[in-house]
Each structure stands twice: as structure tokens, then as C-alpha cells.
Design a protein around this ligand. Structure first.
Ligand code: HSE
Length: 312
């Protein structure tokens, strides 16, 4: 049995507009890498970034601790985290480390868990950062592609995205509050009008059809959320202009990435992606906000690496 395993997991976009806590999309913008190594005792964490070194407050540490207890694994584990997905962007940074830890633990101890079980274990790590367990980012990080999460019982469905789908991401340089996801979840209305629910449900359904039919235009035009986006956009100065300018530049749909503050514009390979990115930056500039732009595409999920790169 190997004494160490390294797993790489991608960044992800959660919600995709109308699929709050349900939809996720793995993207090739950034990756985290987690190496688990058997040791004599305890759980220790080393990393190249500013992630908590206490295993009880680190998403990967929480996942490993929970799996260790559940499967009655004796001995210790060292968790080496090569953090490359910047936290606070709204791109599933904590979820990626949690997902990589769950997949690596499964491989290291040859548990043979299926992807739904891996997503369930990884989701426990999300509670540390968001305050509640939700599985959209971890599902995308584990499975890759476009993921749909059902709960009670947990069930994860993955669809392969169309090859021509492209996403322009604008990451505003904002002071993101601590526990950002927890705070932004508090903004969401507790009750919704039935007509708003119908509108979001129709767009969510159309988006699933878009992925099933590999129709990037349908995916983009389904990014229409009248429940969560209006409640959260006030956290993102310039959001309306970013959206408006990106749509005018050729994006087919624009929304907040997960809990924000990044804004994502969906489009196709054939579009002028640089024009869309520039338009988004101009939108943020109207609010005096600088931003970084990234063009990315969907990618696969957790990847077992033979060797860890020199990380620390
Ligand atoms: N669905 C989650 C949210 C994703 O929007 O709060 C962020 O973790």
C-alpha cells in the first residue's frame, strides 16, 4: 500500500445563476494539490499558503479527521496543501482542498468509495468556511464537468460540458470580509415569491438541457437568477455595469460566481473573449474597482498524481 498520495482538484463556479447550492462547474483557472502521507500519530498540516494549520479549522484537516474516525484508521496523517486557488474569489478554494483530501484519503486507505460518498465527506469540510454544509463546489471539484446535487439522499449527477464553452471571470480587488460565504448566505431571502421560484426553476431546467444537448448558447441564456443575485449584488460595487457591458460585448449570460465577489460571463470559443473581459473590467472601473480577468473553460475533476511537485 502506498504511504503517500497526491490529488489535484480544480477551481469551480457554484450556482451558475438559478442553481443555488445545486449546480457546479469545474474550471481550469486554478488548481489545489493535496498530499496525504502516513505518519506515526496525529494530524499535521503543512502548506505553501495562509491556510489554518490547526486540523480542526482547516477544511482538508476536518475532512481527514472525520474520515479517520469513520473508518477507524490508526496512526497519523500529514496533510501537505499546495494552495493555488486564491481564497476569497468565490471559486471554490476551500472546497477544492476538502475534495482533494477526501479523494486522497480514499486512495491512501483503499476504501473504494463512490463519487457521491466522496462528495459527502468533502462537504463536511465546507461547513468550516460557510457555516452550513453545501455540496455544489465539492461536487464539481470531485467529479469535474457540470454537476447537479440532490440532497436527502445525497446524489450527484455529472454532465460533460460542451467543448466550446468558455467563461470570462472578473475578480474585483475588494476587501473580502472574513467568513465571506457565511455572510453572503445571510443576505439570501428566507422566503421567495412563487412566481420567482417558477422563473428560476424554468431557467435551471433549461440550463440542464443546455449541458445535456451541449448547447453553449442555451447554457448562457439560462443564466438568469431573480432570487439570489439581486440579494447579493450589493456586495459587488459595479456589478450591474459589469453584467451589462459583458452582455453587450457578446457574453450570453452573466452572474456571480458562487458567493462572489467574482463575476462570471459565459460565452463560446468563437466569441471575442478579450472584448468581454475588457468590458467587465470597464464595468468595475465605473465603481472605482480594479479587477483581474481570467478566461477559462470546463475541466475534469479530482486527478490522482503519481508524484507531488516540490511544494513546500
Ligand atoms: N452555493 C454556495 C453559495 C456556494 O452561493 O453560498 C459558495 O460556497
Amino acid at each position: 500500500m502506498a504511504s503517500s498520495i497526491t490529488v489535484r482538484t480544480p477551481a469551480s463556479i457554484a450556482n451558475l445563476g438559478p442553481g443555488f447550492d445545486v449546480f457546479g462547474l469545474a474550471v481550469n483557472a486554478f488548481y489545489d494539490e493535496v498530499t496525504l502521507r502516513k505518519t506515526k500519530s496525529g494530524i499535521t498540516i503543512i502548506s505553501n499558503g495562509s491556510v489554518p494549520s490547526n486540523p480542526h479549522s482547516n477544511t482538508a484537516g476536518i475532512v481527514v479527521g472525520n474520515m479517520k474516525r469513520r473508518f477507524k484508521i490508526n496512526g497519523g496523517i500529514e496533510i501537505a496543501i499546495r494552495k493555488m486557488i486564491p481564497p476569497g474569489f468565490g471559486m471554490g478554494s476551500s472546497a477544492a482542498s476538502a475534495a482533494a483530501a477526501a479523494v486522497a484519503f480514499d486512495r491512501l486507505f483503499r476504501l473504494g468509495l463512490d463519487s457521491t460518498a466522496l462528495v459527502e465527506f468533502a462537504g463536511v469540510g465546507e461547513k468550516a468556511s460557510a457555516g452550513t454544509v453545501h455540496y455544489d463546489n465539492v461536487a464539481a471539484a470531485v467529479c469535474g464537468g457540470f454537476t447537479i446535487v440532490r440532497t436527502d439522499p445525497l446524489d450527484v449527477i455529472m454532465l460533460d460540458p460542451p467543448a466550446d464553452l468558455r467563461i470570462c471571470i472578473a475578480v474585483p480587488k475588494l476587501d473580502v470580509p472574513k467568513k465571506k460565504t457565511r455572510k453572503s448566505r445571510k443576505l439570501i431571502p428566507k422566503q421567495v415569491r412563487f412566481s420567482d421560484h417558477i422563473a428560476n426553476l424554468s431557467n435551471a431546467s433549461a440550463m440542464v438541457a443546455g449541458f445535456a444537448q451541449k448547447d453553449s448558447d442555451l447554457i448562457g441564456s439560462s443564466i438568469h437568477d431573480i432570487i439570489v443575485e439581486p440579494a447579493r449584488m450589493r456586495m459587488i460595487p459595479g456589478f450591474s455595469k459589469v453584467k451589462d457591458y459583458a452582455l453587450k460585448a457578446g457574453a450570453t449570460g452573466v452572474t456571480i460566481s458562487g458567493a462572489g465577489p467574482s463575476v462570471v460571463a459565459f460565452s463560446k470559443k468563437s466569441a471575442d473573449l478579450e472584448k468581454i473581459s475588457t468590458a467587465m473590467a470597464k464595468g468595475f472601473a465605473t465603481a472605482g474597482t480594479k479587477c483581474m480577468t481570467i478566461v477559462c473553460k470546463p475541466t475534469k475533476g479530482a486527478d490522482i498524481r503519481n508524484k507531488a511537485k516540490a511544494i513546500l
